[in-house]
Design a protein around this ligand. Structure first.
Ligand code: HEM
Ligand SMILES: CC(C)=CCC/C(C)=C/CC/C(C)=C/COP(=O)(O)OP(=O)(O)O
Length: 303
């Protein structure tokens, strides 16, 4: 049976185990791991306390909401995913999951995560979760991704919300501190993504997606990456100066920031893709390590 030009497989092909794996990969689990970690960091940094069961439910809602929006993104982007070598092995282009099934799967999980957050945690956390999902699906995926090279700068806001969700789960509100956690990811996203886009430029060109390296070239992209990396430096140490962390975090943020800046400079001078690949990998380590240091060094006074 055909559906929207893609082979429908549900109910007729693949072992049950393989289908479960396919649905799991619709959730973009590796990206989800860092999203969840940043949401958890928001929860740990927030003043006050939350019952451990509610904390676990909030983390689950962030994980499921992030995964669900990833599945809807894969449903919408199935045409370009089939063209790009990085994404053509995904379950929809491979014909392992029907587009309609992916959309239903993502929509049910997205609604479920928001409802559970309302019922078990609080309205503010649920509202930010809903905004995050809607922003990623409608603003980034359906609107900006295919229309402007600033797609990931504006759309990147979606990926920056999770610590605010974690913070709101504990406090029921938004604060300067939680906005700072948002800003950290917001300014981290351009160097993170453009490093990948530099060495995947051919893919985006083929798919007609106007990513910055395709539209403005490598030099302009590298300059933008340097600018965002420099702007990230003071933001990354700011949690210490706001009294959110101790000196261990300050040192970690300074060292990580220095290394991130060095990798952006290496990308600037490197005519090959080697430094961009290294910077992309380091960007992921950077954010895990930054939030890890923050969690370890949460200022006792902030409790
Ligand atoms: C608009 C914002 C963002 C864009 C466009 C973007 C794009 C990408 C892309 C294209 C990949 C490669 C995935 C692959 O190889 O299939 C990737 C990997 C990754 N991204 Fe992002 N990203 C964004 C924001 C974020 C955020 C906010 C996080 C988490 C806080 C994140 C975490 C990760 C992780 C952990 C990986 C590695 C996944 C792997 O090992 O395959 N990204 N990102
Ligand atoms: C709680 C919650 C809802 C969190 C959502 C977090 C979120 C929006 C993360 C976005 C990160 C991401 C994988 C972007 C991929 O861009 P892309 O879709 O262009 O990448 P692709 O080409 O790999 O599909």
């Amino acid at each position: 049976m055909e559906s929207g030009g893609f082979v429908r497989t549900s109910g007729m092909a693949g072992s049950k185990g393989a289908e479960v794996r396919d649905f799991i990969s619709l959730l973009k689990p590796r990206v989800m791991s860092l999203v969840v970690f940043s949401g958890f960091a928001g929860m740990i940094m927030a003043p006050g306390s939350i019952h451990p069961v509610l904390a676990a439910v909030a983390v689950l809602c962030i994980a499921v909401g992030a995964g669900a929006s990833g599945a809807i993104n894969m449903w919408y982007d199935r045409d370009i995913d089939a063209v790009m070598s990085r994404t053509r092995g995904r379950p929809i282009p491979r014909g392992r999951v029907a587009p309609d099934d992916a959309l239903a799967f993502g929509s049910i999980l997205a609604s479920g995560s928001v409802f559970l957050m309302v019922l078990a945690v609080n309205y503010v956390a649920a509202a930010i979760l809903a905004i995050t999902i809607l922003f990623y699906v409608f603003v980034y995926t359906m609107w900006l991704k295919r229309s402007t090279p600033q797609n990931i700068v504006i759309g990147g806001a979606a990926g920056a919300f999770p610590p605010m969700i974690g913070w709101a789960a504990v406090t029921g509100g938004v604060s300067v501190e939680s906005l700072l956690l948002f800003a950290l990811i917001f300014f981290w996203t351009p160097p993170h993504f453009w490093a990948l886009a530099l060495y995947r430029r051919g893919d985006y060109e083929k798919a007609g997606v106007p990513m910055l390296p395709v539209v403005a070239g490598a030099r302009a992209t590298k300059l933008q990456m340097l600018i965002y990396t420099v702007l990230l430096l003071p933001l990354a140490v700011a949690p210490y100066f706001l009294g959110m962390t101790g000196q261990l975090y300050l040192m970690a943020a300074a060292v990580l920031g220095g290394l991130f800046l060095m990798s952006a400079i290496a990308v600037w001078f490197d005519e090959t893709d080697k430094s961009a690949k290294r910077m992309f990998a380091f960007s992921i380590f950077y954010l895990f390590a930054l939030f890890g240091a923050m969690i370890l060094d949460r200022a006792p006074g902030a409790l």
